[in-house]
Write a protein that binds this ligand. Sequence first.
Ligand code: ADE
Length: 246
Amino acid sequence: MTPIWRVDVITTFPESFAGFLEVSLLGKARAAGTIDVRVHNLRDWAEPPHRITDDYAYGGGPGMVLKAEPIVAAVEDLRGPDAWVGLLTPQGRPLRQTVVAELAARPHLILICGRYEGVDERVRTLVVDEEISVGDYVLSGGEVAAMVVIDAAARLVPGVVGDADSLVGESHAGERLSHPQFTRPDEFRGLRVPAVLLSGHHARVEQWRRAQALHRTQRRRPDLLDRRAPSDEERQLMQEFPPSDA
Ligand code: ADE
């Protein structure tokens, strides 16, 4: 099977990806050949014999800066006609589910993990298509951020999640959070599962879930409803089914 989604990661800490790539959904999708994720050591493109990947910042200051030459050489080696090159940095475009979907639709991503105090600015100028941030906080490097991008996007690659319907109502699909979930037993420490979920009435269950998802979104993330206002039908559902956890 030819993989429909390829990712090349460029990092100074390739070992941090080991367990992550092997288990669960990603491990299975890689084994099945649906996706192809490869992790490369930046040192392989650094000048022998010392293979140094970082250096002091011009102008002074604490910390080291990742050098441009090895990164640009790595990208030029790995890049094909369809490649999109992303740099993980806290200065990037904030990652949201819509951005994740864009990245999942690209056939080939090259992800550069930033480190230390930064990356030589000429990397951005010469080879980076877009910078991505996974949130307004600073990680010690781009590795965990690259894993976030890979994990979130791989799930949207056709064939990776067995039942594609399960992606439809999940949080952040269509600017809504997900509804509450319950499993057995139907009563636990005096807390009962909402009766509608035990009714076997599929259409009502669906309506109840949509209403709860909307109530939860309104309470926790009203900014999502600002992005896409509830439709008339959604407003009606919210009235018919009050919040279950009010
Ligand atoms: N590297 C360090 N912090 C980061 C962040 N928030 N997002 C992406 N890459 C990063």
